[in-house]
Design a protein around this ligand. Structure first.
Ligand SMILES: *Cc1c(COP(=O)(O)O)cnc(C)c1O
Length: 465
Protein backbone atom coordinates (compact mmCIF):
# COMPACT_ATOMS: atom_id res chain seq x y z
CA UNK A 1 0.00 0.00 0.00
CA UNK A 2 1.16 3.52 -0.81
CA UNK A 3 1.34 5.79 2.19
CA UNK A 4 -0.21 9.06 1.22
CA UNK A 5 -1.09 12.21 3.11
CA UNK A 6 -2.04 15.80 2.41
CA UNK A 7 1.69 16.40 1.84
CA UNK A 8 1.83 13.97 -1.08
CA UNK A 9 2.37 15.89 -4.35
CA UNK A 10 -0.90 16.77 -6.07
CA UNK A 11 -0.06 14.95 -9.31
CA UNK A 12 0.54 11.74 -7.39
CA UNK A 13 -2.75 12.05 -5.51
CA UNK A 14 -4.57 12.72 -8.77
CA UNK A 15 -3.01 9.71 -10.46
CA UNK A 16 -4.00 7.41 -7.61
CA UNK A 17 -7.48 8.92 -7.54
CA UNK A 18 -7.92 8.30 -11.26
CA UNK A 19 -6.56 4.76 -10.90
CA UNK A 20 -8.90 3.59 -8.14
CA UNK A 21 -11.73 5.99 -7.45
CA UNK A 22 -14.96 5.97 -9.44
CA UNK A 23 -16.56 9.37 -8.80
CA UNK A 24 -20.27 10.17 -8.56
CA UNK A 25 -21.72 12.51 -11.22
CA UNK A 26 -18.37 12.69 -13.02
CA UNK A 27 -17.15 11.68 -16.45
CA UNK A 28 -14.16 9.53 -15.51
CA UNK A 29 -12.02 10.03 -18.59
CA UNK A 30 -12.47 13.79 -18.55
CA UNK A 31 -11.51 13.83 -14.89
CA UNK A 32 -8.43 11.73 -15.52
CA UNK A 33 -7.20 14.21 -18.13
CA UNK A 34 -7.74 17.19 -15.89
CA UNK A 35 -6.96 15.69 -12.49
CA UNK A 36 -9.33 16.07 -9.58
CA UNK A 37 -9.01 19.06 -7.32
CA UNK A 38 -7.80 17.76 -3.96
CA UNK A 39 -9.33 19.53 -0.97
CA UNK A 40 -7.21 19.22 2.14
CA UNK A 41 -8.61 21.44 4.90
CA UNK A 42 -11.36 23.91 5.56
CA UNK A 43 -12.30 26.64 8.02
CA UNK A 44 -15.43 28.79 8.06
CA UNK A 45 -16.35 29.36 4.40
CA UNK A 46 -12.82 28.71 3.13
CA UNK A 47 -11.39 25.55 1.54
CA UNK A 48 -7.71 24.79 1.06
CA UNK A 49 -6.54 22.59 -1.78
CA UNK A 50 -3.34 20.59 -2.20
CA UNK A 51 -1.83 23.34 -4.37
CA UNK A 52 -2.16 25.86 -1.56
CA UNK A 53 -5.15 27.73 -2.98
CA UNK A 54 -7.65 29.27 -0.59
CA UNK A 55 -11.10 28.94 -2.10
CA UNK A 56 -14.38 30.58 -1.09
CA UNK A 57 -16.92 27.77 -0.97
CA UNK A 58 -20.14 29.43 -2.12
CA UNK A 59 -21.82 25.99 -2.28
CA UNK A 60 -21.30 24.90 1.37
CA UNK A 61 -19.93 21.61 0.02
CA UNK A 62 -23.04 20.12 -1.55
CA UNK A 63 -25.49 22.60 0.02
CA UNK A 64 -24.89 21.14 3.44
CA UNK A 65 -22.19 22.79 5.55
CA UNK A 66 -24.61 25.38 6.91
CA UNK A 67 -22.65 26.01 10.08
CA UNK A 68 -19.32 26.38 8.25
CA UNK A 69 -16.21 24.23 8.37
CA UNK A 70 -13.94 23.56 11.31
CA UNK A 71 -16.31 23.59 14.29
CA UNK A 72 -14.39 21.96 17.11
CA UNK A 73 -17.57 21.34 19.15
CA UNK A 74 -18.88 18.92 16.53
CA UNK A 75 -15.65 16.95 16.55
CA UNK A 76 -15.86 16.79 20.33
CA UNK A 77 -19.49 15.65 20.25
CA UNK A 78 -18.56 12.82 17.88
CA UNK A 79 -15.57 11.74 19.97
CA UNK A 80 -17.60 11.80 23.19
CA UNK A 81 -20.38 9.71 21.66
CA UNK A 82 -17.95 7.21 20.10
CA UNK A 83 -16.41 6.60 23.50
CA UNK A 84 -19.75 6.17 25.24
CA UNK A 85 -21.76 4.22 22.66
CA UNK A 86 -20.36 4.14 19.12
CA UNK A 87 -23.21 2.15 17.68
CA UNK A 88 -26.46 0.61 18.55
CA UNK A 89 -29.53 0.10 16.42
CA UNK A 90 -33.11 1.21 16.79
CA UNK A 91 -34.77 -1.91 15.35
CA UNK A 92 -36.82 -4.42 17.32
CA UNK A 93 -37.89 -2.32 20.27
CA UNK A 94 -34.57 -0.77 21.25
CA UNK A 95 -33.46 2.85 21.38
CA UNK A 96 -30.73 5.09 22.80
CA UNK A 97 -30.35 8.58 24.18
CA UNK A 98 -29.02 10.42 21.08
CA UNK A 99 -31.92 9.17 18.92
CA UNK A 100 -34.49 10.04 21.58
CA UNK A 101 -33.01 13.49 22.04
CA UNK A 102 -32.77 14.30 18.33
CA UNK A 103 -36.30 13.09 17.58
CA UNK A 104 -37.61 15.30 20.38
CA UNK A 105 -35.54 18.27 19.20
CA UNK A 106 -36.83 17.87 15.65
CA UNK A 107 -40.41 17.75 16.92
CA UNK A 108 -39.82 21.10 18.68
CA UNK A 109 -38.26 22.70 15.62
CA UNK A 110 -40.57 21.42 12.91
CA UNK A 111 -43.70 23.41 12.07
CA UNK A 112 -47.30 22.36 12.69
CA UNK A 113 -47.88 18.91 14.09
CA UNK A 114 -44.86 17.33 12.43
CA UNK A 115 -43.80 15.51 15.56
CA UNK A 116 -42.39 12.07 14.70
CA UNK A 117 -39.02 11.34 13.13
CA UNK A 118 -38.01 8.32 11.08
CA UNK A 119 -34.22 8.16 10.84
CA UNK A 120 -32.22 7.51 7.68
CA UNK A 121 -28.59 7.93 6.68
CA UNK A 122 -29.18 10.39 3.85
CA UNK A 123 -31.76 12.35 1.90
CA UNK A 124 -32.05 9.62 -0.72
CA UNK A 125 -32.77 6.99 1.89
CA UNK A 126 -35.30 9.26 3.57
CA UNK A 127 -37.19 9.70 0.30
CA UNK A 128 -37.16 5.94 -0.26
CA UNK A 129 -38.69 5.69 3.19
CA UNK A 130 -41.31 8.29 2.21
CA UNK A 131 -42.28 6.38 -0.90
CA UNK A 132 -42.87 3.20 1.05
CA UNK A 133 -44.43 5.05 3.96
CA UNK A 134 -47.11 6.91 2.01
CA UNK A 135 -48.17 3.74 0.21
CA UNK A 136 -48.19 1.81 3.49
CA UNK A 137 -50.17 4.63 5.09
CA UNK A 138 -52.93 4.41 2.46
CA UNK A 139 -52.87 0.63 2.67
CA UNK A 140 -53.42 0.82 6.43
CA UNK A 141 -56.29 3.24 5.85
CA UNK A 142 -57.99 0.72 3.58
CA UNK A 143 -57.16 2.51 0.32
CA UNK A 144 -54.44 0.30 -1.17
CA UNK A 145 -55.10 1.58 -4.71
CA UNK A 146 -53.66 4.96 -3.70
CA UNK A 147 -50.14 4.27 -4.95
CA UNK A 148 -49.10 6.99 -7.36
CA UNK A 149 -46.78 9.73 -6.20
CA UNK A 150 -46.75 12.87 -8.31
CA UNK A 151 -43.50 14.75 -8.65
CA UNK A 152 -41.97 17.38 -10.93
CA UNK A 153 -39.69 17.30 -13.90
CA UNK A 154 -36.28 18.67 -12.92
CA UNK A 155 -36.97 18.05 -9.24
CA UNK A 156 -34.20 16.31 -7.30
CA UNK A 157 -34.95 13.84 -4.55
CA UNK A 158 -31.81 11.68 -4.44
CA UNK A 159 -29.91 9.03 -6.30
CA UNK A 160 -31.16 5.64 -5.12
CA UNK A 161 -33.60 3.71 -7.33
CA UNK A 162 -36.63 4.99 -5.42
CA UNK A 163 -35.53 8.56 -4.84
CA UNK A 164 -34.16 9.04 -8.37
CA UNK A 165 -37.51 7.79 -9.68
CA UNK A 166 -39.24 10.36 -7.49
CA UNK A 167 -36.90 12.96 -8.94
CA UNK A 168 -37.53 14.30 -12.41
CA UNK A 169 -33.99 14.33 -13.77
CA UNK A 170 -34.17 12.81 -17.23
CA UNK A 171 -30.43 12.17 -17.38
CA UNK A 172 -30.76 10.02 -14.27
CA UNK A 173 -33.83 8.16 -15.53
CA UNK A 174 -31.87 7.26 -18.64
CA UNK A 175 -29.45 5.08 -16.66
CA UNK A 176 -30.31 1.92 -14.78
CA UNK A 177 -33.90 1.35 -15.78
CA UNK A 178 -35.75 4.19 -14.08
CA UNK A 179 -38.28 5.33 -13.14
CA UNK A 180 -40.05 2.60 -11.19
CA UNK A 181 -43.83 2.33 -11.80
CA UNK A 182 -46.52 4.58 -10.35
CA UNK A 183 -44.62 7.85 -10.30
CA UNK A 184 -46.09 10.67 -12.41
CA UNK A 185 -44.59 14.04 -13.28
CA UNK A 186 -45.76 17.58 -13.85
CA UNK A 187 -43.74 20.50 -15.19
CA UNK A 188 -41.59 22.73 -13.00
CA UNK A 189 -42.45 26.36 -12.17
CA UNK A 190 -39.41 27.76 -13.99
CA UNK A 191 -40.80 31.02 -15.40
CA UNK A 192 -37.50 32.26 -16.87
CA UNK A 193 -37.04 29.25 -19.12
CA UNK A 194 -40.59 28.05 -19.69
CA UNK A 195 -42.94 30.96 -18.94
CA UNK A 196 -43.29 32.15 -22.54
CA UNK A 197 -45.52 35.21 -22.79
CA UNK A 198 -47.27 34.62 -19.47
CA UNK A 199 -46.65 36.86 -16.47
CA UNK A 200 -44.92 35.02 -13.62
CA UNK A 201 -48.20 35.07 -11.69
CA UNK A 202 -50.20 33.52 -14.52
CA UNK A 203 -47.47 30.98 -15.11
CA UNK A 204 -47.31 30.01 -11.42
CA UNK A 205 -51.04 29.25 -11.45
CA UNK A 206 -50.79 27.35 -14.73
CA UNK A 207 -48.01 25.11 -13.41
CA UNK A 208 -49.76 24.50 -10.08
CA UNK A 209 -52.97 23.56 -11.89
CA UNK A 210 -51.08 20.87 -13.76
CA UNK A 211 -51.18 19.04 -10.43
CA UNK A 212 -54.97 19.13 -10.39
CA UNK A 213 -55.12 17.99 -14.02
CA UNK A 214 -52.70 15.14 -13.29
CA UNK A 215 -54.71 14.00 -10.26
CA UNK A 216 -57.88 13.98 -12.37
CA UNK A 217 -56.10 12.09 -15.16
CA UNK A 218 -54.77 9.37 -12.84
CA UNK A 219 -57.94 9.25 -10.75
CA UNK A 220 -58.14 11.06 -7.38
CA UNK A 221 -58.52 7.77 -5.51
CA UNK A 222 -55.26 6.45 -6.96
CA UNK A 223 -52.95 9.27 -5.87
CA UNK A 224 -50.98 8.86 -2.64
CA UNK A 225 -48.88 12.01 -2.44
CA UNK A 226 -47.26 14.96 -4.12
CA UNK A 227 -43.55 15.52 -3.47
CA UNK A 228 -41.64 18.74 -4.16
CA UNK A 229 -38.78 20.86 -2.94
CA UNK A 230 -40.05 24.21 -1.57
CA UNK A 231 -37.33 25.77 -3.74
CA UNK A 232 -35.77 23.42 -6.31
CA UNK A 233 -32.07 23.14 -5.50
CA UNK A 234 -30.13 20.82 -7.80
CA UNK A 235 -32.49 21.77 -10.63
CA UNK A 236 -30.90 25.22 -10.61
CA UNK A 237 -32.40 27.09 -7.63
CA UNK A 238 -35.78 27.59 -9.26
CA UNK A 239 -37.97 29.89 -7.18
CA UNK A 240 -41.65 29.45 -8.05
CA UNK A 241 -43.78 32.56 -8.71
CA UNK A 242 -45.75 33.75 -5.65
CA UNK A 243 -49.00 32.29 -6.96
CA UNK A 244 -47.65 28.74 -7.13
CA UNK A 245 -47.52 27.34 -3.60
CA UNK A 246 -50.90 28.64 -2.36
CA UNK A 247 -52.52 26.94 -5.35
CA UNK A 248 -50.59 23.69 -4.73
CA UNK A 249 -51.71 23.74 -1.10
CA UNK A 250 -55.33 24.30 -2.19
CA UNK A 251 -55.15 21.31 -4.54
CA UNK A 252 -53.55 18.83 -2.13
CA UNK A 253 -56.11 19.88 0.50
CA UNK A 254 -59.01 19.50 -1.92
CA UNK A 255 -58.03 15.95 -2.90
CA UNK A 256 -56.75 14.93 0.53
CA UNK A 257 -53.42 13.71 -0.82
CA UNK A 258 -50.29 13.83 1.29
CA UNK A 259 -47.82 16.65 0.72
CA UNK A 260 -44.15 15.71 1.06
CA UNK A 261 -41.89 18.75 1.29
CA UNK A 262 -38.35 17.73 0.42
CA UNK A 263 -36.47 20.07 2.75
CA UNK A 264 -33.07 18.43 2.29
CA UNK A 265 -31.64 21.74 1.06
CA UNK A 266 -34.31 24.20 2.23
CA UNK A 267 -34.22 23.02 5.86
CA UNK A 268 -32.10 24.35 8.70
CA UNK A 269 -32.00 28.03 7.86
CA UNK A 270 -31.23 27.93 4.17
CA UNK A 271 -34.28 30.02 3.22
CA UNK A 272 -34.12 32.34 6.24
CA UNK A 273 -36.41 30.25 8.46
CA UNK A 274 -35.81 26.88 10.03
CA UNK A 275 -37.70 25.24 7.16
CA UNK A 276 -38.60 26.26 3.62
CA UNK A 277 -42.20 25.26 4.34
CA UNK A 278 -42.34 28.18 6.79
CA UNK A 279 -40.89 30.61 4.26
CA UNK A 280 -43.41 29.49 1.63
CA UNK A 281 -46.27 29.03 4.05
CA UNK A 282 -47.07 25.42 3.18
CA UNK A 283 -48.28 22.63 5.44
CA UNK A 284 -46.57 19.35 4.57
CA UNK A 285 -47.58 16.00 6.05
CA UNK A 286 -44.03 14.75 5.72
CA UNK A 287 -40.74 16.65 5.49
CA UNK A 288 -37.55 15.08 4.15
CA UNK A 289 -34.42 16.36 5.88
CA UNK A 290 -30.68 15.61 5.61
CA UNK A 291 -27.72 17.83 4.60
CA UNK A 292 -27.99 20.80 7.03
CA UNK A 293 -29.29 18.57 9.84
CA UNK A 294 -25.67 17.80 10.74
CA UNK A 295 -24.17 20.54 8.55
CA UNK A 296 -22.67 17.62 6.62
CA UNK A 297 -20.36 16.62 9.50
CA UNK A 298 -22.06 13.20 9.67
CA UNK A 299 -24.26 11.37 7.16
CA UNK A 300 -27.77 11.57 8.56
CA UNK A 301 -31.25 12.30 7.27
CA UNK A 302 -34.81 11.34 7.88
CA UNK A 303 -38.50 11.98 7.56
CA UNK A 304 -40.41 14.30 9.84
CA UNK A 305 -43.94 12.97 9.95
CA UNK A 306 -47.23 14.50 11.14
CA UNK A 307 -49.06 13.15 14.16
CA UNK A 308 -51.83 11.93 11.88
CA UNK A 309 -49.52 9.97 9.56
CA UNK A 310 -47.59 8.63 12.54
CA UNK A 311 -50.76 7.43 14.24
CA UNK A 312 -51.71 5.42 11.16
CA UNK A 313 -48.18 4.05 10.74
CA UNK A 314 -48.14 2.93 14.36
CA UNK A 315 -50.96 0.51 13.59
CA UNK A 316 -48.71 -1.56 11.34
CA UNK A 317 -45.27 -3.06 11.62
CA UNK A 318 -43.35 -1.10 8.97
CA UNK A 319 -40.95 -3.61 7.44
CA UNK A 320 -38.38 -0.96 6.70
CA UNK A 321 -35.27 0.55 8.26
CA UNK A 322 -31.56 1.04 7.87
CA UNK A 323 -28.72 -0.37 9.96
CA UNK A 324 -27.74 3.23 10.57
CA UNK A 325 -31.25 4.60 11.26
CA UNK A 326 -30.61 6.82 14.26
CA UNK A 327 -26.85 6.22 14.32
CA UNK A 328 -25.81 7.52 17.75
CA UNK A 329 -22.71 9.40 16.57
CA UNK A 330 -24.60 11.06 13.72
CA UNK A 331 -27.43 11.98 16.11
CA UNK A 332 -25.03 13.43 18.67
CA UNK A 333 -23.34 15.56 16.01
CA UNK A 334 -26.69 16.73 14.61
CA UNK A 335 -27.84 17.71 18.10
CA UNK A 336 -24.69 19.71 18.68
CA UNK A 337 -25.08 21.36 15.27
CA UNK A 338 -28.66 22.38 16.11
CA UNK A 339 -27.59 23.62 19.54
CA UNK A 340 -24.97 25.90 18.01
CA UNK A 341 -27.36 27.10 15.29
CA UNK A 342 -29.75 28.15 18.01
CA UNK A 343 -27.20 29.58 20.43
CA UNK A 344 -25.54 31.68 17.73
CA UNK A 345 -28.90 32.69 16.23
CA UNK A 346 -27.69 31.64 12.80
CA UNK A 347 -31.17 31.35 11.27
CA UNK A 348 -32.21 34.77 12.60
CA UNK A 349 -28.99 36.31 11.27
CA UNK A 350 -29.69 34.91 7.81
CA UNK A 351 -33.27 36.14 7.94
CA UNK A 352 -32.62 39.65 9.27
CA UNK A 353 -29.05 40.59 8.41
CA UNK A 354 -26.70 38.65 6.16
CA UNK A 355 -29.51 37.13 4.05
CA UNK A 356 -30.95 40.52 2.99
CA UNK A 357 -27.40 41.80 2.43
CA UNK A 358 -26.52 38.83 0.22
CA UNK A 359 -29.81 39.32 -1.65
CA UNK A 360 -29.04 42.97 -2.40
CA UNK A 361 -25.50 42.21 -3.55
CA UNK A 362 -26.50 39.10 -5.51
CA UNK A 363 -29.32 40.90 -7.33
CA UNK A 364 -26.84 43.59 -8.39
CA UNK A 365 -25.27 40.93 -10.64
CA UNK A 366 -28.21 41.45 -13.02
CA UNK A 367 -26.31 44.59 -14.12
CA UNK A 368 -23.83 42.23 -15.78
CA UNK A 369 -24.44 41.77 -19.53
CA UNK A 370 -24.51 37.95 -19.23
CA UNK A 371 -27.05 37.79 -16.41
CA UNK A 372 -30.76 37.71 -17.20
CA UNK A 373 -32.24 37.19 -13.77
CA UNK A 374 -30.97 36.71 -10.24
CA UNK A 375 -33.25 34.73 -7.93
CA UNK A 376 -32.50 34.28 -4.27
CA UNK A 377 -34.34 33.09 -1.16
CA UNK A 378 -32.40 33.34 2.09
CA UNK A 379 -29.02 31.95 1.11
CA UNK A 380 -29.83 29.91 -1.98
CA UNK A 381 -29.60 31.81 -5.24
CA UNK A 382 -29.17 31.45 -8.97
CA UNK A 383 -28.28 33.50 -12.03
CA UNK A 384 -29.79 32.79 -15.44
CA UNK A 385 -27.13 33.39 -18.10
CA UNK A 386 -28.44 34.65 -21.40
CA UNK A 387 -27.22 36.16 -24.68
CA UNK A 388 -30.32 38.40 -24.80
CA UNK A 389 -32.05 39.58 -21.65
CA UNK A 390 -35.24 41.06 -23.09
CA UNK A 391 -36.33 37.85 -24.83
CA UNK A 392 -34.98 35.60 -22.04
CA UNK A 393 -33.23 33.68 -24.80
CA UNK A 394 -31.23 30.54 -24.22
CA UNK A 395 -27.82 30.17 -25.89
CA UNK A 396 -27.52 28.44 -29.24
CA UNK A 397 -24.73 26.26 -27.81
CA UNK A 398 -25.68 23.00 -26.09
CA UNK A 399 -27.24 23.63 -22.68
CA UNK A 400 -24.50 23.80 -20.06
CA UNK A 401 -21.73 24.92 -22.42
CA UNK A 402 -21.87 28.50 -21.21
CA UNK A 403 -22.49 27.57 -17.58
CA UNK A 404 -19.43 25.32 -17.67
CA UNK A 405 -17.23 28.11 -19.02
CA UNK A 406 -18.47 30.38 -16.27
CA UNK A 407 -17.90 27.78 -13.59
CA UNK A 408 -14.33 27.25 -14.81
CA UNK A 409 -13.68 30.98 -14.49
CA UNK A 410 -15.07 30.87 -10.94
CA UNK A 411 -12.70 28.02 -10.07
CA UNK A 412 -9.81 29.99 -11.56
CA UNK A 413 -10.75 32.89 -9.29
CA UNK A 414 -10.92 30.65 -6.21
CA UNK A 415 -14.69 30.75 -5.96
CA UNK A 416 -16.83 27.62 -5.93
CA UNK A 417 -20.11 28.25 -7.69
CA UNK A 418 -21.91 25.45 -9.44
CA UNK A 419 -23.60 25.54 -12.82
CA UNK A 420 -26.85 23.76 -13.60
CA UNK A 421 -27.07 23.90 -17.38
CA UNK A 422 -26.72 27.67 -17.93
CA UNK A 423 -27.75 28.77 -14.47
CA UNK A 424 -25.07 29.59 -11.89
CA UNK A 425 -26.04 28.67 -8.36
CA UNK A 426 -24.86 29.57 -4.86
CA UNK A 427 -25.66 28.15 -1.45
CA UNK A 428 -22.91 29.38 0.88
CA UNK A 429 -22.41 28.40 4.51
CA UNK A 430 -24.97 30.34 6.54
CA UNK A 431 -22.20 31.80 8.68
CA UNK A 432 -20.77 33.79 5.77
CA UNK A 433 -19.97 37.36 6.87
CA UNK A 434 -20.75 40.60 5.06
CA UNK A 435 -17.08 40.96 4.12
CA UNK A 436 -17.03 37.45 2.70
CA UNK A 437 -20.25 38.17 0.80
CA UNK A 438 -18.46 41.15 -0.80
CA UNK A 439 -15.59 38.86 -1.79
CA UNK A 440 -18.05 36.32 -3.22
CA UNK A 441 -19.81 38.97 -5.35
CA UNK A 442 -16.52 40.56 -6.52
CA UNK A 443 -15.17 37.19 -7.62
CA UNK A 444 -18.46 36.28 -9.28
CA UNK A 445 -18.46 39.54 -11.26
CA UNK A 446 -14.84 39.05 -12.27
CA UNK A 447 -15.61 35.47 -13.37
CA UNK A 448 -18.64 36.61 -15.36
CA UNK A 449 -16.46 39.21 -17.12
CA UNK A 450 -13.86 36.60 -18.03
CA UNK A 451 -16.55 34.16 -19.13
CA UNK A 452 -18.17 36.81 -21.32
CA UNK A 453 -14.86 37.54 -23.01
CA UNK A 454 -14.27 33.88 -23.70
CA UNK A 455 -17.82 33.34 -24.95
CA UNK A 456 -17.49 36.29 -27.33
CA UNK A 457 -14.03 35.18 -28.51
CA UNK A 458 -15.39 31.73 -29.29
CA UNK A 459 -18.42 33.17 -31.10
CA UNK A 460 -20.85 31.64 -28.61
CA UNK A 461 -22.77 34.79 -27.71
CA UNK A 462 -25.64 33.65 -29.91
CA UNK A 463 -29.28 33.08 -28.97
CA UNK A 464 -30.97 29.81 -29.82
CA UNK A 465 -33.39 30.35 -32.68
C1 LIG B 1 -29.26 16.25 -1.88
C2 LIG B 1 -30.72 16.05 -1.95
C3 LIG B 1 -31.30 14.80 -1.73
C4 LIG B 1 -30.48 13.56 -1.55
O1 LIG B 1 -29.76 13.56 -0.37
P1 LIG B 1 -28.49 12.57 -0.24
O2 LIG B 1 -28.06 12.80 1.17
O3 LIG B 1 -27.50 12.99 -1.27
O4 LIG B 1 -28.97 11.21 -0.46
C5 LIG B 1 -32.66 14.70 -1.72
N1 LIG B 1 -33.43 15.78 -1.91
C6 LIG B 1 -32.92 17.00 -2.14
C7 LIG B 1 -33.83 18.16 -2.30
C8 LIG B 1 -31.55 17.16 -2.18
O5 LIG B 1 -31.03 18.36 -2.45
Amino acid sequence: MTTISTNTPTAELQALDAAHHLHPFTHGNQLEQKGARVITRAEGVWLNDSDGNRILDAMAGLWCVNIGYGREELAEAAARQMRELPYYNTFFQTTHVPAIALAERMAQLAPGDLNHFFFAGSGSEANDTNLRMVRTYWDAKGQPERKTVISRWNGYHGSTVGSASLGGMKGMHAQGGLPIPDIAYIDQPNWWAEGGDMTPEEFGLERARQLEAKIEEIGPDKVAAFIAEPVQGAGGVIVAPDTYWPEIQRIVDKYGILLIADEVICGFGRTGNWFGSQTLNIRPDIMTVAKGLSSGYQPIGGSMVSGEVASVMRDVEFNHGYTYSGHPVACAVALENLRIMEEERIVETVRDDTGPYLQERFESLTDHPLVGEAKIVGMMGSLALTPHKESRAAFAADPGTIGYICRERCFANNLIMRHVADRMVISPPLVISRGEIDTLIDRAWQSLDEAQKRIEDEGLMKPAS
